[in-house]
Design a protein around this ligand. Structure first.
Ligand code: SF4
Length: 417
């Protein structure tokens, strides 16, 4: 089996929250236009514009010839480390057969991940300007009060806040009327599996327009739709479309129980989250599904067992095709969100607690990794100092009902920097 071929450039459309086209969610390379200088941008270019661009044709030619491409470095690296990557070779022979020698592919993609901008009502701990304009706005406001802190955040980069673009800017690449109609047409006519992420998609009018367009064109029954939502908002409008879909799945971004998720996913409300879960449960029918997908991080790892137990209980005592759980992954960046930066003594105590519960291999490996030291002693001290400086400032600015120190007193005690 090929070590470089992947079906994504042959069958997948991906639009980043800032409107840049990429091969998929794993790569960090934006696709360049044919002048090899500008970048494709969904606010100016349609899906048809980039699909058979020079770069896309080159990627296909190289993959077919067995050559590595820079966009896919992350997958190659993961595979070298024995980790399963997102690279997918399914359908390889057929994709090769229908691709012209120059890489041109007449057939459009049937699979799509749509990141509908960065409009979001939350400012989650592990998030940044790219995925939440509110998060960016808050960082900017704190910086207006304390310019030294903002300067420090910027210098720290991926250690504390993965912010790359202008703070507070609303990424709304989908607003051009003509381009969005072209995108709806493409989704309606070609896409069989659509994953919609934000920002928070349920806050965005275009999210509903997609369903409406497909409904009017009678194509909902051909589609599997995955909606990634923070459950802070539900709109009854959607109940008209859900039963008509082939399948639908809610990926519930919930990162803790009660006040813990309210703290991490600030300013969410636990009762509202529970009510939203009930809303989808009520509408689940035979084609719906709800999957919990927590982002495992330093601020919730100590209750990972409790989160899973609560979820299984909420699902009626067992997981199945309709009520499921998925590992969104452990948060690696910003580094201060990664559980491994905590003091060893605290991590071992948490591992001992978690170990008493059995769930699956990923759970076991998360527990196992807590026992390993990934950083030098100096880096541990620096990262813990950064964790304190960043979170204390945010807590103070937000005037939270409970600070991280009050929510995780054992962690506070263990950090001795
Ligand atoms: S090999 Fe990996 S990075 Fe490249 S297109 Fe496939 S999933 Fe994306």
């Amino acid at each position: 089996m090929s070590k470089v071929f992947c079906n994504k450039p042959f069958n997948h459309n991906y639009i980043h929250p800032n409107g840049k086209y990429r091969l998929c969610c794993t790569t960090i390379q934006d696709l360049p236009t044919d002048n090899n200088y500008n970048l494709f941008d969904a606010s100016k270019h349609s899906l048809q514009d980039y699909w058979n661009s020079n770069r896309m044709k080159e990627v296909r030619r190289k993959m077919i010839a067995g050559e590595k491409i820079r966009d896919c470095e992350r997958c190659y690296e993961q595979e070298e480390q024995g980790i399963r990557s997102l690279r997918d070779t399914q359908g390889m022979d057929e994709f090769i057969a229908i691709t012209k020698p120059d890489g041109f592919l007449k057939r459009p993609a049937t699979d799509m991940q749509l990141q509908l901008g960065n409009i979001c009502n939350l400012k989650c701990k592990m998030c940044s300007q790219m995925y939440s304009h509110m998060h960016g706005m808050e960082t900017k406001q704190i910086g207006e009060q304390d310019p030294d802190w903002l300067h420090w955040v910027k210098k720290q980069g991926a250690n504390v806040n993965n912010w790359t673009n202008e703070l507070g800017v609303r990424e709304e690449w989908y607003k051009d009327k003509e381009l969005k109609m072209k995108m709806y047409e493409h989704i309606s006519a070609n896409i069989e599996k659509l994953t919609i992420i934000g920002g928070e998609p349920t806050l965005i009018p275009e999210f509903y327009e997609i369903f409406d367009y497909c409904d009017k064109n009678n194509t909902l029954q051909d589609k599997i739709v995955v909606i990634v939502t923070n459950l802070t908002n539900t709109n009854p409008k959607i109940t008209k479309w859900l039963p008509k879909l082939k399948e639908w799945h809610i990926w519930a971004s919930v990162d803790g129980l009660g006040e813990r998720t309210e703290y991490i996913r600030y300013p969410s409300n636990w009762q509202k989250i529970l009510a939203s879960l009930e809303f989808y449960k009520k509408n689940i029918g035979t084609n719906g599904g709800i999957t919990l997908s927590p982002a495992v991080q330093l601020l919730n790892i100590d209750q990972l067992d409790d989160i899973i137990k609560w979820w299984i209980d909420w699902c009626g005592g067992e997981l199945n095709d309709q009520y499921n759980f998925t590992w969104l992954a452990t948060v690696w960046y910003p580094l201060i969100c990664n559980p491994n930066i905590a003091p060893r003594e605290w991590r071992l105590k948490v591992a001992d607690k978690l170990e008493k519960y059995k769930f699956d291999d990923v759970y076991d490996s998360i527990v196992h990794n807590l026992r390993k030291d990934y950083h030098s002693q100096d880096s541990y001290i620096e990262l813990q100092k950064a964790f304190i400086k960043y979170n204390d400032k945010q807590d103070q600015f937000r005037n939270v009902t409970k600070t991280w120190r009050q929510l995780l007193p054992e962690l506070e005690k263990a950090i001795k920097v």
